[in-house]
Ligand binder design. Sequence first.
Ligand code: ADP
Ligand code: MG
Length: 498
Amino acid sequence: MPDKDMKLISASGIHKSFGGVEVLHGVDLSLAPGEVLALLGENGAGKSTLVKIIAGDYIPEQGRITCSGVEYSSLDPIKAREAGIRMIFQELSDAPTLTVAENISMGLWGATRGIVSWKKINERAEKALSMLGVDIDINKKVGKLRIGERQIVEIARALSDNARVLILDEPTAALSSAESERLFSVIESLRSQKVGMIYITHRLDEVARIADRVNVLRDGSVALLADAKKATRGELVSAMIGRDASDVSHPTDRPKPGGKILSAHNIELDRAFSGIDFDVHEGEVVALYGKVGSGTAEVAETIFGLHPEHRGEIKLNGKIFSPKDPNTAIDNSIGFLPADRQRLGAFMIRPVAENLGVPSWPRYSNHGLITVAPEEKAYINWTDRLKIRSRKDPKQKIATLSGGNQQKVLLARWFEGSSKLLVLIEPTRGVDVGARRDIYETLRRSAKEQNIGILITTSDHEEVIQVADRAVVMSKGHKVAEFKGSTITTESLITTAS
Ligand code: ADP
Ligand code: MG
């Protein structure tokens, strides 16, 4: 019988290689019931690989994993599921056209002899959501919910499926501050139900807030294991970056910025941001850096016409510009990539080529008729330049591409649309390391070669260092610092943002 001190998970000496290169060098991790373990580390440190081993997706070459007293040399997805381990993916894996209740019961349909029990499905959903202390309409289609609510529905589904260990990979990356707060209270409910949680995050402020212990990985080894309430920010940062922070390097192609494309002066939006000033020049990548809820996304959305009620002065190519809706922005050659790209950005079930062509339809249309051939040509043109890994078949559905490749298609469609200014919210959220590099390269090259200005918002300091010529740091709706070129460093960004 499991005793009350028994760990839910105890992994020790985990080694894992890919293609002969070892990426985890003997890692230990343990988790107790009702405990929140924050897993920190720079990109590529091995966090996802480690949690995938725990979820049974990868088999380690060496090491032992004990789940509630049962020892395994490795798990597989079935064993992990039996042990109550569930992963909430960064890329939502729900079914947007089904209701909340249906999603929560997905995979556990209470069907007997082919009859689905709607009563049971509704009861299960009500129960799971009330255990989490949230109020979400169970009859709503999941596709109509905000991203934070969809995440909670996925957590509710895991809970109904007897989750005892929940793995959350950067759950707040795309959430507003209100949504993050709600997730934190969901985490507290889960804690009181004795669910153990492994919480991957880049946000140091979340560590003390929600975690009990913190495990920092660096280059595939545990660099620090500490009490989350006692570890200081400085200790966490130095454990994360070690002495080799120089691995994250600045781009070497610093352009001479051209004329001003965009300038924002003292712009303000109620309850989101105020007193924000910045410029974007031709050929330049500017990052608005700040934590979730710092207002960076709202500034970007304002430029794209999503917050017509903003105040202050915006100039586009030297002329006063009032972005009152997205069409005005598009008419002024502004391209946009939203945070919640599955809902807003990609028409997921449309073929890749058609997705790519969307903002260019006015150019392609011939007396009001949309011709398909130019879209396909555009696709062939961009698929190589952006290293989009797909079947090179313009009829392929975008939903079948990986997150990184979907993102490239969505970017390409604005390049194809000959935008002058691109506004991108968290452009590499949920994108793997390799595709991230391709995206950074593409952004820098397009800025230079097509002489466009690029404004991104990000909460990833490494991203700022690798892609930006200039960084505007925001905190709690205010601009707190601005850095240029080599003065953009991990330390300068993290210290000013907090
Ligand atoms: P993190 O989640 O901390 O950013 P990852 O676990 O994704 O780190 O990656 C750790 C290292 O393993 C990186 O160098 C990454 O390139 C490599 N890696 C991860 N998954 C694979 C894979 N499927 N094939 C080859 N290399 C991989
Ligand atoms: Mg990862």
